[in-house]
Ligand binder design. Sequence first.
Ligand code: BGC
Length: 726
Amino acid sequence: MDWKAKWLKPANDFGNAAPVFSTDFALSRTVKQARLFITALGVYEAALNGRRIGQFVLAPGWTTYYKRLQYQEYDVTDLLRAENHLTVTVGKGWYHSPMPGFSASDFQKGLAARPMGLLAQLEITYEDGQHSFIVSDESWSVSESAVRFSEIYDGEIYDASFIPPCSVAAETFNGPYETLIEQQGEEIREQERIAAVRIFTTPKGEVVADFGQEITGYVEISVNAKAGEEIRLSHAEVLDKDGCFYTENYRSARAEYCCICRDGQQSCQPRLTFFGFRYIRIDAFPGGPGAGKPENFTAVVLHSQMKRTGRLSCSNPLLNRLFDNIIWGQKGNFVDVPTDCPQRDERLGWTGDAQVFVRTACLNYDTEKFFTKWLADLAADQGEDGYVGHVIPDLLKKQPASAAWGDAAAICPWAVYLAYGNSEILSRQFESMRKWVDYITAHTTTEYLWTGGVHYGDWLGLDAPSGSYKGSSREDFIASAFYAHSASLVIKAGLVLGKDMAAYEALLHNIVSAFRRAYPTYTTQTECVLAAHFHLAEDCQAAADQLALMIKECGTKLQTGFVGTPYLLHVLSDYGHTDLAYSLLLREQYPSWLYPVTKGATTVWEHWDGIMENGDFWSRNMNSFNHYAYGAVADWVYCCAAGITPAEGYPGYSKVRIAPAPDARLDWLEASLDTRHGRIISRWKKQDSLWRYEITTPVDAEVVIDGKTFLVSAGSYIYHSSIQLA
Ligand code: BGC
């Protein structure tokens, strides 16, 4: 891209007001095509002749800005007239907001010290073959916009009656060109609209609107008002046990929207920020908060533009709600970066959470492009020594790296490769994967294990000692297990790419031997899970049997946290305990996946008991109700319950294995998956005391029923189990 445009910033300090840059130009010849290339240091919204350009909300998205800043290209031919007015409003966005809210990082302070800016280049091609350029430069104007305040955590203030002072000339500055890259990820777009279900008054007298679903996005308000009248909204995920509006778990994020109205019928909404919420409190409204009616409020759902590929359903309504909640968890946390949560003062790309959920993410939606961009940021942020940040983009720069968080560098590319069968992701990430394993090798205090580090452990494991967030599994055990796992993935990736992996094969061999010597016994559910799932145990069957016993001995309850939970049911069903896996999946009492559903959850919670049996909250400050991590269980439902996996050696499902594992506590279950080769459907249901299996495969498949394997070609098949149902 040949940039003729210059970076612009406001000549004066506008304080919190978002600047709006503008230029006017006339066209006298017939235009064949006009393309706008544009980006910002901040987030921008551009309009040509009053009409919004493109659908990308919060463009240019969030990348590791010091190294990679995306620009976008829009075809604006249809928006042009003879006389034209181009405006671009730039808000703080991820670039300038004080992130994370719990400790404004030095890294972010460094970004904030640099100006917010705009770079725009309109390239016009005429019917006669000539070209002209309208580029951001000193001829552009800038003024304060009606967006009086906008920031990621605190929200936005919009003054529709604001009369901008005279524009002044914008100032050019030495902004970045060398870090500019084409749009690489998916665009964030408005995806769905949800009407308010009801408006009610809480015991504290608050007027609250309920959208019936926790979402990420904002509220569009349509109202008839007088100039100067105010609308003020606060956002919340849940009500407290008295039915009152509850925002303590947003911590320092104010998450408020304010609109100062103009005269007449109008509609307003935030433009340069977003919220995670199900409820809004109407703090001010024309005529008073009580004058707000459901028809005044529509929740607008934002997320990255991803194609839905996977669907799960079954005969159990609670489980179906869990499946929906997992989808909503993904929608709400796939806003350009895979985030931990969309509401409190974090909304960060925690690497641990991403690796926990990546397999499920790749089944629910086509996330190849989404992860390709984020993993490129991971690699860009990676230290020379292979260090991988706790969050990507890495605002924290928090040393040292943590096991199971940094391992996202190896786990995510491999999961994306298996899901879509495209080795491009491995070519792009191989160096990053390898460097991560080398980082561990260089930083451990014990050769072939990973000891001496500082880790998050089995984060939020229920066997945590009192007062700790970390489960009781030994940190060195977890770190060493992931060292082996990541090394094994580097080897697999290298072999796909045709590399000589002998050195890493020897390393892995030594890690496994050292692991077996150091950890001959397992003390927690998570330790059993890792030993069996990563094939580290001398006797994986024994490790899985021990796991089953531990679960039964504590009353058929899981105790696992972020590290053990994603593989828990896999280990049970891989080693002959499928019935126990179903018992955990179908359990409705705390702790379980369905417990939050019984408490009315519409997304997946950070804690198994975010709302406890007695209605109290788990905590005030670490209690997100939209944390996708435990939604990773959907992967087991697709792969084990419905039994759909790529056949061994056929990443991307060019050949599939379908080995359904029904359970009599469900009457039927169905999974469908749109792969690059077509739609796979696996459905089982009870019929005349037998299981009836309906399978559709677009490619050759190994079908496993009653332990027998059939090889079939593309088509639809029905099988009946010979095993009589109890
Ligand atoms: C986040 C987690 C994250 C963790 C690190 C939390 O504050 O919300 O999901 O992985 O910190 O342990």
